[in-house]
Design a protein around this ligand. Structure first.
Ligand code: NAG
Ligand code: NAG
Ligand code: NAG
Length: 647
């Protein structure tokens, strides 16, 4: 999109040129930024609404010299909703009449032979005015006099100059000198002017002046012509005899130094040759007067206008300029991975100093299908994205820009360019699994390490830095933080107390992982900590009821063989094998009673009918299957009685 504005040179700093938000109907849509390739001291861009205003006072003559049109071109990027748009702005700087016409010197000496015919033209020094258009020189005036007038001519480049024209035959004997005031005026309003004095000296009669075959010649010159190249052979004739007829060639006195350095006229032969290197891209035409002068005492001269047209040759390779939207180091552009499709990344401007086909440039982008080239205007292109980007997949692209002109043979320029994708916090930390199961042996030491959980976040820097937190809950009336601690940096979990499997078999922890982005992204996982049993409890005999470690059991004397005398029952607070109990019987009672190892049932295996009143003592042991096993014992006293029941 191209927006055009106008301003006048020398406007006050701060003068508003225009407001992009209003003029492009982009109100309230993000911000505006000036691309860096433009020297922002001349024009300022307000970020909020793209208001353009004068920075430093602009001097049109300094930035554009004599070009009739003076335009400052700048590129502004509007950023709205992650979409970057390029706005090309052209500000035409209009001329004001701030310069006066000026002659190179305060006086112009002129010599004319008294024999010169009426109508003879004498070239005068050329006045300059740095302004352009109507503000440049438009007219000349010469002071009242009897013999001379001026004739205003226009050069190929538009510059107006005045020739002095003889209007009446001269007679040196009656007046040998004339002093005339020459005034140059521009067309500004008000008009400005400059003056010089023309001092005419009338020379004595000298038969014939030299004559050029033609009053003007045009010659073409290839810009790559070598030094010494012959442009043309100046040829003047003088019909006089001797010194009066001998001709010396040279430049007219008012020919500027620039031309004298570039071209050479051989005084004797009149050969015009090239002395330096011309450059079509700097100057396309040279227009100057050559003169032929005879060797008489009062020499006469003839002038011939020479116009040299420089022809372009494809001698310049295209130049590629790349201006990124954001850059930290040269040759690298940055774009956020949140950028939308078709987002602007960098501006490429190609220039070729040649003209015509030689200066027409074709530009191509190679490297990756995520980027393409889009013409912005004239010889400028934008690198834009063709799809959404993901830094976690591709963080850097190496692209190649190729610019080739249409000359023959063509010139080609290749430039490498790197685009880095800057990170957005678009990934939450991720745990390897939603639920972790770990075990810890009971009776652990407080501070014992339990496990470490890790959540990965592929984002960069803060966006990828993960910290861990324990989600608050209560376990058996106490905060979870009194049971375990979590290292926020590493995700390591430690016990804060000694666990007891007999009280708590499993502890469920919820861990939250958060990254350092803004906004912050989080996820969580559960750790199931199983508290593993240890054989830390001995069996306890609960039946028969023991008193001081012993109990008394009555055995009826007529009880048969295999009679169930009593059932020893024990409990073990542990679990599994640690609670698998084995019963055994020892001592005196061993021959009379037997015990079921697994159940603890005690049976009679002897005849006790003859043993009324007798007492058998036995030690009953209960042992668990832990490693090492724990056991407890009880002393059972068996009393043989008459009766079934004894109290
Ligand atoms: C920009 O312009 C200012 C004044 O015209 C000049 O002093 C400065 O050096 C320029 N900066 C660049 C980077 O061209
Ligand atoms: C891009 O080029 C640079 C310099 O040659 C190289 O170090 C880098 O690895 C390249 N990157 C990719 C993504 O090819
Ligand atoms: C418990 O038994 C021990 C010896 O086995 C004995 O010394 C103690 O007096 C007994 N206590 C009671 C209260 O019967």
């Amino acid at each position: 999109k191209t927006v055009r504005y106008r301003t006048y040179e020398e406007d006050e700093p701060g003068t508003v040129i225009g407001t992009l938000a209003e003029d492009l109907h982009l109100e309230g849509e993000g911000s505006f930024r000036l691309m860096k390739q433009f020297n922002n001291s001349l024009i300022h861009v307000r970020e909020s609404d793209g208001q353009l205003s004068i920075g430093e006072r602009i001097d049109r003559e300094r930035i554009c010299r004599q070009s009739p049109h003076c335009t400052l071109a700048l590129d502004v990027v509007s950023v709205a909703k992650e979409q970057f748009k390029l706005i090309h702005v052209e500000v035409e700087v209009r001329d004001i009449n701030d310069n006066s016409p000026r002659f190179p010197g305060a006086e112009i000496p002129v010599e004319v032979s008294e024999s010169a015919p009426v109508g003879t033209r004498i070239p005068l020094d050329i006045a300059t005015d740095e302004d352009v258009g109507v503000n440049s020189i438009q007219s000349f005036q010469i002071s009242e006099n009897s013999h001379f007038s001026i004739d205003v001519q226009t050069r190929a480049d538009g510059v107006k100059y005045a020739d002095l024209v003889l209007m009446k035959e001269l007679d040196r004997e009656s007046q040998s000198a004339y002093t005339l005031e020459l005034l140059a005026m521009d067309g500004g309003s008000p008009s400005r002017s400059g003056t010089t004095m023309v001092n005419v000296r009338v020379l004595d009669f000298n038969d014939n002046s030299p004559v050029f075959e033609r009053s003007s010649v045009m010659v073409e010159l290839m810009e790559d012509a070598p030094v010494g190249h012959l442009l043309l052979d100046l040829d003047a004739l003088d019909p006089d005899e001797g010194a009066n007829g001998e001709i010396v060639y040279g430049f007219s006195p008012q020919v500027p130094q620039e031309v004298r350095q570039l071209f050479k006229i051989d005084a004797k032969s009149g050969r015009l040759t090239l002395e330096g290197q011309v450059d079509f891209e700097t100057k396309q035409t040279y227009e100057f007067d050559a003169q032929a002068q005879d060797m008489a005492l009062n020499p006469l001269t003839a002038t011939c206008k020479v116009i040299v047209r420089v022809i372009d040759v494809n001698d310049n390779a295209p130049v590629i300029g790349i201006t990124p939207l954001t850059s930290i180091s040269a040759g690298v552009a940055y774009i956020t991975e949140a950028a939308a499709r078709e987002s602007f990344v960098a501006l490429i401007s190609t220039t070729d100093r040649d003209s015509g086909q030689n200066g027409q440039v074709h530009c191509t982008l190679y490297g990756h299908e995520h980027f393409r080239l889009q013409q912005a205007y004239e010889d400028s292109y934008m690198i834009v994205t063709t799809s959404a980007l993901d830094r976690e997949k591709i963080a850097e692209y190496n692209l190649t820009v190729v610019a080739e002109d249409l000359g023959s043979p063509p010139f080609k320029t290749v430039k490498q360019y790197t685009i880095r994708v800057s990170d957005e916090n678009d990934n939450a930390p991720v745990f390897a699994k939603p639920v972790y199961e770990v075990s810890v042996l009971e009776n652990n030491a407080p501070g014992a390490y339990i496990t470490t959980v890790v959540a990965r976040d592929p984002d960069f820097g803060h966006n990828g830095k993960v910290i861990y937190r324990l989600v608050e809950t209560e376990v058996m009336g106490a905060p979870i933080t009194t049971y375990v601690s979590l290292d926020p940096a590493t995700g390591a979990v430690y016990a804060l107390r000694t666990f007891n499997h007999e009280i708590l078999q499993q502890l469920d922890l919820r861990i939250q992982a958060s990254d350092g982005g803004s906004p912050q992204l989080t996820s969580s996982a559960i750790i199931k900590v199983k508290i593993v049993d240890q054989n830390d409890n001995a069996p306890v005999i609960v039946q028969p009821a023991l008193s001081n470690g012993s109990a008394e059991v009555v055995v009826p004397s007529r009880a048969p063989h295999g009679f169930l005398v009593t059932h020893i029952k024990a409990k073990d607070a542990d679990e599994g094998v640690n609670a698998e109990l084995t019963y055994s019987i020892a001592d005196e009672g061993r021959n009379v009673f037997t015990i079921n190892k697994a159940t603890g049932e005690v049976f009679l295996v002897a005849d006790v009918s003859e043993a009324i009143g007798q007492v058998f003592r036995a030690t009953v042991s209960v042992s668990d299957s832990g490693r090492p096993p724990l056991s407890s014992t009880a002393t059972i006293t068996f009393l043989v009685t008459h009766h079934h029941h004894h109290h």
